[in-house]
Ligand binder design. Structure first.
Ligand SMILES: Cc1cc2nc3c(=O)[nH]c(=O)nc-3n(C[C@H](O)[C@H](O)[C@H](O)COP(=O)(O)O)c2cc1C
Length: 192
């Protein structure tokens, strides 16, 4: 049981923002959100438009018991600028799955959707944990690797994975998203 796992105690009562970008691994984040909710964290989900094509916001709304944020333009809980309120109000951001596109955007300061804008607006001390997920060629693309290095070195963002293994494109290789439980454990250790 997640709530009885002492390794996850650091998440209890913390405000966790889970950001999904549009990869096939979105379905695994349902389990992540459920675990984080079970340990007593206050979990809020935001999704890119592409992510909503893989799993519906309703799934995350139900598992988190909270509104799911998908747009900068539609106010959900308060009427401040949505991206600023979300960026200010969290102890940790988990970006999973992180697409090649989203890594490129956030490493270049591009803010053209809610997820990239919130990440750009985060206070510098807010930890960000990124779980990339993509096809092996996309992961090995030197541009993707350059973007990852930039996010690590300039912004001190933390990465978990990707792992090697079976991929949705029916090949095996690097780029498979780390398992949800491993991402949750890494998130807890960042808040200890
Ligand atoms: C079936 C399908 C699966 C995809 N899986 C991935 C993936 O795992 N990783 C990735 O980087 N892009 C993947 N893409 C491409 C992204 O969805 C696409 O680059 C999109 O623009 C990402 O938008 P976002 O970063 O705003 O969510 C996939 C696309 C499709 C149609």
């Amino acid at each position: 049981m997640a709530e009885a796992n002492p390794q996850l105690a650091a998440l209890k009562g913390r405000r966790i923002l889970v950001a999904l970008s549009g990869g096939i691994a979105c379905y695994k984040i349902a389990s992540l959100v459920s675990t984080v909710a079970q340990v007593g964290a206050d979990v809020t989900v935001m999704m890119t438009e592409a992510a909503t094509r893989f799993v519906t916001p309703l799934t995350f709304q139900t598992l988190s018991g909270r509104p799911v944020y998908t747009s900068m333009w539609q106010a959900e809980e308060n009427f401040d600028a949505q991206h600023i309120a979300l960026a200010r109000g969290c102890d940790l951001v988990i970006l999973a799955p992180a697409t090649a596109n989203m890594l490129a955007k956030i490493s270049h300061g591009i803010c053209d959707d809610l997820v990239s804008t919130v990440i750009c607006a985060l206070p510098r001390e807010t930890p960000v944990l990124i779980a990339p997920a993509m096809n092996t060629e996309m992961w090995n693309n030197p541009i993707t690797q350059k973007n990852v290095a930039e996010l690590r070195d300039t912004l001190n963002y933390q990465f978990i994975g990707p792992d090697e293994g079976w991929q949705a494109c029916r090949t095996s290789g690097a780029g498979r998203m780390s398992e949800a439980d491993d991402i949750v454990a890494a998130a807890a250790s960042l808040l200890e």
